[in-house]
Design a protein around this ligand. Sequence first.
Ligand SMILES: Nc1nc2c(ncn2[C@@H]2O[C@H](COP(=O)(O)OP(=O)(O)OP(=O)(O)O)[C@@H](O)[C@H]2O)c(=O)[nH]1
Ligand SMILES: [Mg+2]
Length: 349
Amino acid sequence: MELKKNTLIIGLGNCGCKIAKQFADIGYETIFANGSEQDLKVLGNIKGIYKLEGFDGFGGHRDRAMECLQENSEFVDALCTIKQKIIFIIYATGGSTGSGLSTIVAEWLQGEYENDKIICTVPVLPAENESINKHMNAYQAITELMELDGMGATFVLDNNKSDNGDLRWINKSFLSMLDAFLTDDSWGEPNNFDESERMEMLKEPGNMIISLCKDGITKIREGNIFAPLQNDKVCGNIGIIHSGRNDIDINELVAEVGKPLNISEGWGGKCTLIAVSGMSFPVDHVSRLGNLAVEGQKERQRNVENAKAAALPTLDFGVVKTVKPIEKAANEKKKLSNREMLMAMRKKA
Ligand SMILES: Nc1nc2c(ncn2[C@@H]2O[C@H](COP(=O)(O)OP(=O)(O)OP(=O)(O)O)[C@@H](O)[C@H]2O)c(=O)[nH]1
Ligand SMILES: [Mg+2]
């Protein structure tokens, strides 16, 4: 089985759809769901678009998702006829459409296909300088995701890692990493990192990361697109494709990510690839975002309290009295207007 052919990418909300579009452009089967006509226009003329009628954005309210799905049965119908074995749901946790839909869609797919499919999620976390509402939504989305049973791997992308706010770099990097993971068909002595081993990794619940370069081990901690790893060394499986000869020192890698149950290695890759699955969710980092929201709300509350004291005082504007014009003396001759003078002159002539 070729993994790419057996993969469906679902993009939810604006960010999810933009990342999913990149996969569509390189031949992946894709479904897009969003309410905003303007956002969908950016995708161009492409199949698999579901416009969520009546929901032109959720305006920051994740809780509108259920109502939206009830009113947009065409999209839910599409979720019931998926042929691919592996499904990726991509969405921004900080927005409201993708963030709100994500849990319900994941739960729906899980119920619909039970253990028949591997359902992976790709939640995108807001940067630390984004708004309170984004941090609250992200915290809720990750809490809900962690409570779901039967899910496959989760790739937590972190917008805080973007270079000067360049989110396209995050999108592109994820595309190349996941595509390499799904399509690298390199083979060599003495072993290969085969498709069934990759499927096992995707099937494994918990956090997963991919790194695509020679200095992959240091990139696991910094300079990557993923949320900072939970510092507990919980690790399920490691997959490696060496591009040269043993270009990854496994002991060094294990010291970094923890002791895995299994290590699958392949040789002859176009570039070095490291994948680590079954790790803990990045709870510390997500808590940090949650606390930023709590602190932000406290500050707003303080501002509201201070603003109360700043009521407008009552001012006495006084009353302006009118003054009567001075009456002209009765004997004073009325001055003629220019017109009157001209008329009088014409009469005389
Ligand atoms: N990595 C990445 N993040 C993005 C991108 N576009 C938006 N975001 C992030 O996504 C979050 C906003 O989510 P959106 O996807 O725009 O929201 P939505 O799902 O359309 O929901 P609404 O609030 O209803 O519009 C913010 O945290 C942004 O930083 C993108 O192209 N790449
Ligand atoms: Mg939107």
